[in-house]
Design a binder for this molecule. Structure first.
Ligand SMILES: NC(=O)c1ccc[n+]([C@@H]2O[C@H](COP(=O)([O-])OP(=O)(O)OC[C@H]3O[C@@H](n4cnc5c(N)ncnc54)[C@H](O)[C@@H]3O)[C@@H](O)[C@H]2O)c1
Length: 331
């Protein structure tokens, strides 16, 4: 991956801190930056939901550095951000169900940890902090497609934490002339996403079931729709946010601008992986939105973002990744 170039100029003069860099999206950002010769790529991660194997391939690269640490500790954040030009803040506890089960931890990591990173970045003179916001901020708003300025009430503790990030970022950025960009990711998928555990996302779960021909349960009737976004599109948005002309704070949708139902998603994955299993249906999950579709015109206008992968392009690449991983695990 990452043959395409999404940034302007050269990255050779810039040092990047990726929080949550051992996680799914963070490790993809690390891969892009190292492939395009960033001067330094430092990861801060406590491995709560990330994995050393996601970054093992980079450990021999002299431009790469890993710090095992927790964003809930301000001193750790200060040390990690020292001498960095840009911060790509991905560290958080994801998953709506996890946030209902443990809202205290979700708040501590996603809100206090976020604020620690933001204050540490501001005080260290970081040029810009790009952070992972979320489409969950649209909450109970029925409007489609989702435009950045029209949000509803959050439907979960996770969504609350992500919205609070935006409020802090806007307020602090404006008062201190510190540039931040919140990228509202819409259901991201791709290589390196975690397939295991109670909080795994739907696409890796479906691939796992498809490849191993094991049973799959769809929450609700499966007609709920999502603007599933291949991770390389997300990497593109991060890279294009680095140097774009922006106000002190912006919030930008990152998606494809297209949606498919969960039933269609399963049928596609079932076919591509030659599964013979029929899905069964369970209860809808509390806190889930019914439909999701992004208006991506702000991303296009402000940072020149143009999704390079449709959901089907991304699913084909992701299938190859999970298939290879499954074969490797069997050996
Ligand atoms: N994946 C999606 O569909 C999606 C959608 C919207 C927003 N997001 C956001 O994107 C970001 C990355 O998500 P992801 O899917 O890669 O999740 P992930 O769980 O794979 O990655 C998160 C990383 O953060 C690390 N982390 C967690 N708590 C930490 C702490 N206290 N200190 C240091 N590191 C910590 C984890 O170990 C992990 O490596 C998150 O902020 C998430 O909320 C993701």
């Amino acid at each position: 991956m990452y043959q395409k170039v999404y940034h302007q100029g050269s990255l050779e003069n810039y040092r990047f801190l990726i929080t949550g860099g051992a996680g799914f999206i963070g490790a993809n950002l690390v891969e892009y930056l190292l492939k395009h010769n960033a001067k330094k790529v430092r990861v801060l991660d406590n491995l709560a939901t990330g994995f050393k194997h996601n970054i093992a391939a980079f450990e021999s690269n002299p431009n790469f550095e890993f710090i095992l640490g927790d964003i809930r500790d301000l001193e750790t954040c200060k040390n990690a951000v020292d001498s960095m030009d840009f911060v790509l803040h991905q560290a958080a506890l994801g998953s709506v169900p996890r946030s209902f089960n443990d809202p205290i931890s979700a708040n501590a990591v996603n809100v206090s940890g976020f604020l620690n990173m933001m204050i540490a970045s501001r005080d260290a003179g970081v040029k810009r902090m790009i952070y992972a916001a979320s489409s969950s901020t649209y909450g109970d708003s029925k409007a489609l497609p989702k435009k950045e300025e029209v949000i509803g009430k959050p439907l979960s503790p996770y969504a609350i934490t992500k919205y609070v990030n935006e409020l802090y970022a806007e307020n602090i950025s404006k008062h201190f002339d510190f540039h931040t960009v919140g990228l509202r990711y819409f259901n991201v998928f791709g290589p390196k996403q975690n397939v295991k555990g109670a909080y795994a996302a739907v696409i890796p779960l479906f691939f796992n079931a498809g490849i191993h021909n094991t049973k799959v349960t769809i929450n609700g009737d499966g007609n709920q729709t999502r603007d599933f976004t291949f991770v390389e599109n997300v990497v593109q948005a991060n890279m294009k946010s680095l140097f774009a002309e922006i106000q002190q704070h912006e919030v930008i949708n990152v998606a494809v601008g297209d949606r498919i139902s969960v039933n269609d998603l399963w049928n596609y994955i079932k076919n591509i992986s030659n599964s013979t299993v029929e899905a069964s249906y369970g209860e809808s999950r509390i806190g889930d939105v019914r439909d999701s579709l992004a208006d991506i015109s702000k991303a296009q206008q402000l940072i020149g973002y143009k999704p390079a992968y449709t959901v089907r392009d991304g699913l084909a690449i992701t299938y190859d990744f999970f298939k290879k991983q499954a074969v490797k695990n069997e050996q």
